[in-house]
Write a protein that binds this ligand. Sequence first.
Ligand SMILES: [Zn+2]
Length: 122
Amino acid sequence: MEKIERKEKFCSICGKPFLPNKYRPNQEVCSSLECQYQRQLLNMKSWRETNPNYFKYKESQDKSWKQACRERSLDWRRKHKEYLQLYREANKDRHREYMRDYMRQYRKKKKGEEQEVPKAGV
Ligand SMILES: [Zn+2]
């Protein structure tokens, strides 16, 4: 009489004996939810360990990109800081004058519009 023997194995996570699935004789982990979940985590971990550059690459790409942007704008500001300061300094008075002029013009224009009589049919 032939007996199909399924060898009892010990779960590599919880250590409890279990019978491997007949379709998956190499099963290392019992079928408890907890162990299957752990197995998935381990799979993910081992995958990351065998592909250590996958996430690092992505992270480093992101980081270097962000850093490059930040550095670029800092660099720009650093280069232009002096210039901007000089510009602001040089234009402080001019700007004040400009604003005064602008407001004068603006008021004049507003007044003019109010007083202007529409020239009808000339
Ligand atoms: Zn288990």
